[in-house]
Design a protein around this ligand. Sequence first.
Ligand code: 2HA
Ligand code: ZN
Length: 281
Amino acid sequence: MAVFTHPISFVKEAAPFLHLCWKMGWNEANGGNFSWRLPAQEIEGILSRHYPELAPQAAVPMPIDEPELDGEYFLVTGSGQFFRHALEHPNQVFGIVQIVEQGTAYRVAWGFSSGAKPTSEFATHLVAHAIRKRVSNGRERIILHSHLPEFIALSFLEPLDSRALTRALWEKMPECIVIFPDGVRVVPLLLPGTVEIAEASAEALKHSRVISWSHHGIFVSEESPNKVFALVETIEKAAAIHRKVLSAGGPKRRISTEILTELAEKFGHMMVAKPDWLDDA
Ligand code: 2HA
Ligand code: ZN
């Protein structure tokens, strides 16, 4: 297959990433969504160089104001677009929007060639970007929402409880506590694409990069496509191991709190946060 290329470096990186998420079975049909907070000067330079004819479009009001994001640009998937189509139709699957009018509206700067709007979960993406930008001192820039089969399955088997789910995953592989020391925060089932799911997610995102939308999927924040992929594949693998263990009659033993504590000490320098829930409660 020819190597994928695109005049916008961020699309060049994001399109193969979306296609891979589809191949992994994480983003079927129009399921899931993605956004990337772009460095403003760099994207303005790219757009004026490669698309000088593009005229600014009308501002569209947003359901939740995000004053902290005023002026920011986002590469974002369009509502109804398929991750599977990202390589064949990048200009249709993606758009670039800028937040304007003191964070009360957005305008499309590029893309959405079939007329799509940003993802139905855009309100939650923006809430998440605002919070995670602050919590991570600007490091985190990507939000990914995927319908992970093993992870969703657990929400039908395990209590809908952040501590219980986090411990169940940490206790399955030593890497887990190092890769997601901030744990997984559980949000109950809420209607997709609503202000309610955005508000419920906001509280959880103050404490963790990773949310379980119960019976629906995962919602995660990270720095780059590579890092978000590593985080999600690790969580989905731990979920798969946990589900296999449950299917075989449940765990007969687990990685102990003592070992988890030692891991957290030994690999503390690699971890984004100090782990909660390292007690035997
Ligand atoms: O279809 O996944 O949560 C997009 C979604 C909504
Ligand atoms: Zn979804």
